[in-house]
Design a protein around this ligand. Structure first.
Ligand code: NAD
Ligand code: UGA
Length: 463
C-alpha cells in the first residue's frame, strides 16, 4: 500500500515535531495532526510560526515550510481518522495516579480512547501505528478493541517508538540513529511494515530502518530509556564518591568514556535527570517485571530512580548546609527551570524538586529561565501539592532578566545547562550579590577556577 494520507492523534512534543518532519520530507503525503486540546492546536496554527507550542531549535522553519501545503493541525479528530490510511497514536501515557499500579504503571486510558475512536470511525482498512511509549504487549489490547468493531474493517498494528530527545528533536528526526518498526510476522503484517518503511525511506537510509516483531519493538523503547537513565544515575552515583575522595567526576567520565566499549556520551553528572519519560518509563518497566514476578529485575531498575531522587535531594541539602543550615527568607536564585537546555518543557525537571525542598526551608526562590514563564513554574510547584498555591506564590518570583534575578541573592543554583549562562558577566553578578556569594552549579557548566577567582564560594557536582 502506498501511503498518501496520514493522521496523527496527539499534537504534543512527539506528535508535532515527528509529523512536521514527515510532512516536510514527504510532500506527496497529506499529514493531519489532531488533538482534543483546542488551545494547543490554535498555537500550532498561529500565523506567526514562532508561536508554535513546542520550542525546538529548527522546528518553526520545518513547520513554516510544510504547514498549509501538506501539514495540517486540527481538532476534527473523526474526520482525520476517516480520511487516513495510516494513523499514528502519539498521545500521552503518564504514570497512573490511581487504582491498580498507582505510581508505577502506565496510564493507558488515552490510548484506549484513541483505539475506540478509531474503531468507531473507520470505514476502510487502516494501519494503526503506536508512536507513544507503551508497555510491552499493548498492541494486543489495541488489536482486541479494533478487531471487535463488527464492521469488517481490517486493522494492522505497528509499533514505531520514537527515540528523539527534546532540544535536538529536529536533528534527531532528520538523522535518526535508527527507526524501529515492529509488526505482525505474517503477510499482512509484513505489508504494513513495508508501507511504513517506505514512508521513512524518503529520507532515512535503509540500513537504519530496523524491523522486528511487535513485542521486541515495544520493549526496546522502554529498555533504551532505562539504559540511558541508568548511565546518568551511574555517573551521578560516582559523583558523590568523587566529592568525598578528591576525584573529579568530569575527569573520571572522560577517562572511562574513551573506552570505546563504554563510549563518551550521556556521562554528564548533574543535579539529576528530569523529563517526562525516563522516570515514567522505568517505573513502567519495574511494574511490568513485578507483574511477572521478576522481583530482582524490578529492584535492579528501580535503583536508577532511587539514585536519581537521592541526587536531587543531595543538591538541596548541600545548599542548606553550605548556607549555615538556615535559608529561611534568604533569596536563592535559580538559573534554569527546564529539564534540559533548548526546550521549554519542564516536566519532572530537577528544578521543581529542589525548589520544593528549599521552600520547605522557607527560602525565597527567584527564577530565570530563557524559555519558561512564571505560570508554568507555579503550575509545576502546585502540582506537587506540598502546600497551597498561595504559599507557593509568596515564595517564588520569576524574572525576565537574569541579572535582576541574581541581584541581592544569597546564592545562585544552576539547574539547567543553557549555553547563555556561561556567557554572563559573572563579575557583575558577584558585585550585586550578598556576601559570601554562593554558586551551586548543578550542571557543571561554569569554570570553577574563574568563579573562585571572582570571589564566589563555588560548588559543582562531583568535585
Ligand atoms: P504530550 O502530553 O506533549 O502530548 C500528548 C497530546 O495528546 C496532548 O496534547 C493531548 O491533548 C493529546 N491527547 C490525549 N488524548 C487524546 C485523544 N484521545 N485524542 C486526541 N488527542 C489526545 O506528550 P508527548 O511528550 O508528545 O508524549 C507522547 C508519547 O510519546 C508518550 O507516550 C511519551 O512517552 C512518548 N515519547 C515522548 C518523547 C518526548 O521527548 N516527549 C520522546 C519519545 C517518546
Ligand atoms: C530521552 C531519550 O534521550 C530519548 O531517546 C527518548 O526518546 C526520550 O527520552 C523519551 O522517550 O521521551 P529527553 O528526556 O528528551 O530524551 O532528553 P535527554 O537528553 O535524554 O535528557 C534527559 C535528562 O537526563 C535531562 O534532564 C538531562 O539533563 C539529563 N542528562 C542527560 C544528564 O543529567 N546527564 C547526561 O549525561 C545526559
Amino acid at each position: 500500500m502506498k501511503i498518501t494520507n496520514i493522521c496523527c492523534i496527539g499534537a504534543g512534543y512527539v506528535g508535532g515535531p515527528t509529523m512536521a518532519v514527515i510532512a516536510q520530507k514527504c510532500p506527496h503525503i497529506k499529514v493531519t495532526v489532531v488533538d482534543l486540546n483546542e488551545e494547543r492546536i490554535a498555537k500550532w496554527n498561529d500565523k506567526d510560526v514562532n508561536n508554535i507550542p513546542v520550542y525546538e531549535p529548527g522546528l518553526s522553519e520545518v513547520v513554516g515550510e510544510a504547514r498549509g501545503r501538506n501539514l495540517f493541525f486540527s481538532t476534527q479528530v473523526d474526520q482525520a481518522i476517516d480520511e487516513a490510511q495510516m494513523i499514528f497514536i502519539s498521545v500521552n501515557t503518564p504514570t497512573k495516579m490511581y487504582g491498580l499500579g498507582k505510581g508505577m504503571a502506565a496510564d493507558l486510558k488515552y490510548i484506549e480512547l484513541c483505539a475506540r475512536q478509531i474503531a468507531r470511525v473507520s470505514k476502510n482498512d487502516k494501519i494503526v501505528v503506536e508512536k507513544s511509549t507503551l508497555p510491552v504487549r499493548t498492541a494486543e489490547a489495541i488489536k482486541n478493541i479494533l478487531d471487535n468493531t463488527g464492521n469488517g474493517v481490517q486493522f494492522q498494528i505497528l509499533s514505531n517508538p520514537e527515540f528523539l530527545a527534546e532540544g535536538t528533536a529536529v536533528e534527531d528526526l532528520f538523522m535518526p540513529d535508527r527507526v524501529l518498526i515492529g509488526g505482525d510476522e505474517n503477510d499482512q503484517g509484513r505489508k504494513a511494515i513495508q508501507a511504513l518503511v517506505d514512508v521513512y525511506s524518503n529520507w532515512v537510509p535503509k540500513e537504519r530502518i530496523l524491523t522486528t516483531n511487535l513485542w521486541s519493538s515495544e520493549l526496546s523503547k522502554l529498555t533504551a530509556n532505562a539504559f540511558l537513565a541508568q548511565r546518568v544515575s551511574s555517573i551521578n552515583a560516582i559523583s558523590e564518591l568523587c566529592e568525598k575522595t578528591g576525584a573529579n567526576v568530569s575527569e573520571v567520565a572522560n577517562a572511562i568514556g574513551t573506552d570505546s566499549r563504554i563510549g563518551n556520551k550521556f556521562l554528564k553528572a548533574s543535579v539529576g535527570f528530569g523529563g517526562s519519560c525516563f522516570q515514567k518509563d522505568i517505573l513502567n518497566l519495574v511494574y511490568i517485571c513485578k507483574s511477572f514476578g521478576l522481583n530482582e529485575v524490578a529492584n535492579y531498575w528501580e535503583q536508577v530512580i532511587i539514585m536519581n531522587d537521592h541526587q536531587k535531594r543531595r543538591f538541596s541539602l548541600k545548599i542548606v548546609s553550605s548556607l549555615y543550615n538556615t535559608i529561611a527568607d534568604k533569596k536563592i536564585t535559580f538559573l534554569g527551570w527546564a529539564f534540559k537546555k533548548d526546550t521549554n518543557d519542564t516536566r519532572e525537571s530537577a528544578a521543581i524538586y529542589v525548589a520544593d525542598d528549599l521552600i520547605n526551608e522557607q527560602a525565597n526562590i527567584a527564577v530565570f529561565d530563557p524559555k519558561v514563564d512564571h505560570k508554568q513554574i507555579m503550575s509545576d510547584l502546585n502540582y506537587l501539592e506540598t502546600r497551597t498555591s498561595e504559599e507557593n506564590e509568596k515564595r517564588v518570583v520569576s524574572f525576565s532578566d537574569p541579572y535582576e534575578a541574581c541581584k541581592n541573592s544569597h546564592a545562585i543554583a544552576v539547574l539547567t545547562e543553557w549555553d547563555e549562562f556561561k556567557q554572563y558577566d559573572w563579575q557583575k553578578i558577584y558585585d550585586a550579590m550578598l556576601k559570601p556569594a554562593f554558586v551551586f552549579d548543578g550542571r557543571n557548566i561554569l569554570d570553577a577556577h574563574k568563579m573562585r577567582e571572582i570571589g564566589f564560594v563555588f560548588q559543582s557536582i562531583g568535585t
